[in-house]
Design a protein around this ligand. Structure first.
Ligand code: SF4
Length: 388
């Protein structure tokens, strides 16, 4: 029997665009949102039908799913009736296993009482995009909520019985001091969410922040301040019982995000919706980013899938290393041998030895892991595992 897959569903709608955001998202009216959900349901059923037919020939009717993630954009901007249609289509199409991790992203500024019934019925985990506990910083980022609104949303979710909450935070915000970052950490840690993601702001081309940056009008913390924020994050998290399990992600024991771990372990997943990425049978593809094309073609995978890439064995090995090493547990030689039928050291031994001698990688038993210094410069270390 095939291993269970993950399902990602993209909702590309937001109340308004944040000043730093280059995600595939933007405002839309309720007719457009509903038409998009029609298209999503078509795409989900088509995929289930085709793969289901293949699986059926092996005596297994529905594809098993053990993680579902509603992301965006802002899934919580959607009408609960539309979200219900999507989740019912997922349940009809797939065999969603008991105990599956089912998550949705929520913007505290879109929280409404009528969402609660949907969340209670379908979601086990909610990921709240807070970014900062400082209202001035939130306004500068172009966020649509205050910290008090986040608190109301958080408490309402807890009262509704949501026992697994993530909070997204962002450091290195323009004008942010180390003291204000620590205030954010401390206010959020007081709430005891199960999971916290911490990312540094990246100024992406095409965003309002980029234009300000180019004009020399974006007051970003300097490199030393940014580094201090980063170290302070680790100290605060550890002191409060959160362990870092991936470069930017911290969890209380047992609350690592299983859907995201799937990406780093290269377990299969299907993405539905515009721009969504998939990895199935060692083939990667992205759906079109063109909304009209998606609305017209979502029932015909051939019309909406782009950048289809059947991964060679070398590419699979590269991914095994540079995705796996993002996790603090690192990569195992035994897992590599099982996946590829050869020793990890026979392919990457030389680069591992060099990185160990530079203090960027460590070996523990049959595992390789990034060291603290390796994490600091992870992008360049991970790039070392490209084979050509
Ligand atoms: S809410 Fe999220 S997806 Fe939407 S614009 Fe802001 S950062 Fe981007």
């Amino acid at each position: 029997m095939r291993e269970p897959i993950g399902v990602y569903i993209h909702f590309p709608f937001c109340v308004k665009k944040c000043n730093y955001c280059d995600f595939l998202s933007g405002p839309a009216n309720s007719e457009m949102r509903s038409a998009y959900v029609d298209a999503l349901c078509r795409e989900i059923r088509t995929f289930g039908g085709r793969r289901g037919a293949n699986e059926a020939s092996r005596g297994n009717e529905k594809i098993r799913v053990d993680t579902v993630f509603l992301g965006g954009g802002t899934p919580s901007v959607m009408d609960p009736a539309d979200l219900t249609r999507v989740m019912e289509t997922v349940r009809e199409t797939f065999d969603v296993l008991p105990g599956a991790e089912i998550s949705m992203e929520m913007n505290p500024g879109t929280f409404r009482e009528d969402l609660l019934a949907f969340v209670k019925k379908y979601m086990g985990r909610v990921s709240l995009g807070l970014q900062s506990a400082d209202d001035r910083e939130l306004s500068l980022l172009g966020r649509i909520h205050t910290y008090a609104e986040f608190e109301r949303c958080y408490e309402a979710l807890r009262d509704a019985g949501i026992a697994n909450i993530n909070v997204d935070l962002m450091s290195a915000i323009p004008g942010q001091s180390l003291a204000s970052w620590v205030r954010t950490l401390s206010r959020v840690l007081e709430k005891r969410p199960e999971h916290i993601s911490c990312y540094s702001l990246i100024v992406e081309e095409g965003t309002p922040f980029y234009a300000l940056y180019e004009a020399g009008r974006l007051d970003l913390p300097d490199e030393d301040e940014e580094r201090e924020m980063y170290y302070e994050t680790e100290r605060w998290m550890e002191a409060h019982g959160y362990h870092r399990y991936e470069i930017s992600n911290y969890a209380r024991p047992g609350h690592e995000c299983r859907h995201n771990v799937r990406y780093w372990r290269r377990s299969p997943y299907i993405g539905f919706g515009i721009g969504a990425a998939s990895l199935i049978d060692e083939t990667r593809w992205n759906n079109t980013r063109d909304l009209q094309k998606y609305l017209c073609g979502s029932g015909s995978p051939g019309d909406i899938r782009e950048d289809i890439q059947q991964l060679s064995v070398s590419e699979q090995m590269e991914e095994f290393m540079f995705l796996g090493l993002r996790m603090m547990e690192g990569v195992s030689g035994a897992d590599f041998a099982e996946a590829f039928g050869c020793e990890l050291d026979s392919v990457f031994g030389a680069v591992c030895v060099r990185l160990i001698s530079e203090g960027l990688l460590a070996r523990e038993g049959d595992r390789y892991k990034l060291t603290a210094r390796g994490i600091d410069v992870s992008n360049s270390v991970l790039a070392e595992f490209l084979l050509c």
